[in-house]
Design a protein around this ligand. Sequence first.
Ligand code: ZN
Length: 368
Amino acid sequence: MTESTSYQPKQVYELEGMLVAPRLGATSTFEAYVAARATFIEINDDARWNPWVHEDRASEERSATAVLEQWRRAEPAFRQMTDQEVKEMLDESGRRSDAEFAADIARQKRDRERYDPEREQARLSLLEQESILSRQREEMVELGAGRYPAMSDERRTAKIAEIEHAINDRETQIATLAAIVADREDVVDEYGCLPKDRRKAGLLHYQLNRERKVRELRARIPKLKTGATESKDRTERSKLRSELQTAEASLETLLAVPPLSEDDMCSECARPASHHGWISPPYDGPCPAWPGWAERLRQAREILFATAELTKPKKEPDSQKPQPIAVLPSGLPIAEVIATLSELQNEHPDAIVKRGRANKWEIWPADA
Ligand SMILES: [Zn+2]
């Protein structure tokens, strides 16, 4: 903090390279100004990804604004932009984004000409194979570090050798695919869109969806809380308590997602790329666009429909009737169960799994 003697107001303070001074009649201290400014910036930064922060911290934001309004910039040459200048700046940035948009459309139109379905498929396979490879490498590390302690040494050694072999095969396959794909960011789809174009759309979709879900949950949780304590019916209370737990867990998961950029997104679906993986949790599941996984999903769907235990076709996602989305028959192979659940998760990300009457989920290791 330095005081200037060359400028009119008695107190001029320096903060992060700018000079500020209290306006006439200001009652707040410089320390209060610094704190208010920090709060204001923090709320607005946070609100870009979590817009409900404006509501949660409304009174803090109001107090901070009231303090900020008592202060002004104190550089002798400083002047606020006029309304006209602000308008010109916004017009200019609008013109720039219109031009960028037009350039993107022109590029995509041009790029449709060079669409190569084989290369597109190779790219998707490559992404899938790389993801499987990284899972297999993790598995090697886990086995080497003594995971599954009940496993005999003999079995462990054999398993490690098996995975090592699979890794070698996969690396060869990846090299072949990589040669077909070349620059993977340059592979266009049938509409001429590049992966980066789809990531951009995916991020917007994901962001809006996350905001919508968070707002819904924030509105629902207090109602569930009230019902869970005040309902006269014990069964109803217990049902609401369980719904409340699920809603709170979903909200926590959504809030924990840090601000994402376009580069963080999967190019094929509206999910962060880091959410794709083969073990759930922590991953949501593989990408439904990966060819091998897409085929397994297709088969799982067939099995699911064939068992005729599907109680409700996937229509009317907003129906609030207490009907399960799907009932999984018992006795399905684990791969099908995972595939089916993963597919249902993609279609109904908020769905919960409940134990059916007199039915248990029991998952056993393959060699038990
Ligand atoms: Zn994806």
